[in-house]
Design a protein around this ligand. Sequence first.
Ligand SMILES: *Cc1c(COP(=O)(O)O)cnc(C)c1O
Length: 424
Amino acid sequence: MSTQKLATNALHAGHDVKANGGARAVPIYQTTSYVFNDADHAANLFSLAELGFIYTRLNNPTNQILQERLAAIEGGIGAVVFASGTAAISTGLLTLLKAGDHIVASSSLYGGTYNLLSVTLPRLGITTTFVDASNPDNFADAVQENTRAFFVESLGNPKLDVLDLEAIAVHSKAAEVPFIVDNTVATPALLNPLKHGANIVIHSLTKYIGGQGNSLGGAIIDGGTFNWANGKFPEFTEPSAGYHGLKYYETLGAASYTFKLILEGLRDFGGAISPTNAFNIIQGLETLSVRIKQHSENALELAKWLEQQEEVAWVNYPGLESSKYNALSKKYLPKGQSGIVTFGAKGGFEAAKTISNETQVFSLLANIGDTKSLIIHPSSTTHQQLDEAQQESAGVTSDLIRLSVGIEDIEDLKADLKSAFAKI
Ligand SMILES: *Cc1c(COP(=O)(O)O)cnc(C)c1O
């Protein structure tokens, strides 16, 4: 494992310059497949007697560099990249779980993930109990005999709740199930969940890590700390019918989940990232540490400024003294609280809709984590199909505006919102 710091790893980890023709930049290996030396070589690769590239759905040299970089900066033993954050989450869970299994999850989740857990996975016999994560004991209370995972977001999107990961990890350990943390909004530059008891970390690389709104991607980073031989995961200890009778845990030990994600997850579900998107995301990752500082600085200053505007009813940002997550934020996000800010328009639904329509620098769209500032009024857009009670439980009130604060000059961002306020 690398002993270097994040800013260094983000630029160098995983890229052996000499093995890549001296190329200083990471090359794009735009190929689907790899020539075998001979049939025996191929047989060795397929049986894992030798490790190497076979087919880009399973791995690719560009993707591999991104994987090694992400593992280094999150402090994991391995990582696997996917076509999107959603592909990472669905493949990650389907590689781990089977019909009859149960998840305990925070109720404050990205909308797509909430839908996967509440509607789609139950159709396959995998159920979820959603809990209020502000009380970690709720996780213990929701554990059933068939519980096989805890799932949370370290910094919830869009509720911006900071979770007490260490307190939740006590309960995942007691229940002997892996603790999975979606760390997309916090980013590894601000928080490393593996250091606070998580076993598995997930990212939508589409957001801050890619950082420039040009490519979808996702990743799973394996801490290598979970004991798959505890009797609850026979797919890891019994011979795998899907892989020549391979016994994952006996053969691969701590790296069992990483390999299963490739050998079964990518092979059977196919959510591979294109090498060109992996390259684009690597360009973003290389500057993550400097960008996230500016995002966090701008977001905090804008949140404080919003608190003073007469058109604003309330402001939610974990870095604000007024935030009920401020104490947890000081513990888990001391270097910055990332770039998402939510606030309520005093005039309610119509005023919020007007503000989101009238900004010029902030773009009205459904994404976060771009260098450019973004705005959305969820109640009239992403969440408009939900009734008021459903919106409320997703943390979306009709007056709520979500900002993804970019790295433009802060004075221009204030002026843009000020002129939109004037249109109410
Ligand atoms: C966007 C997002 C996802 C989904 O990622 P995609 O790359 O859009 O598939 C998952 N979790 C969180 C917290 C997100 O913000």
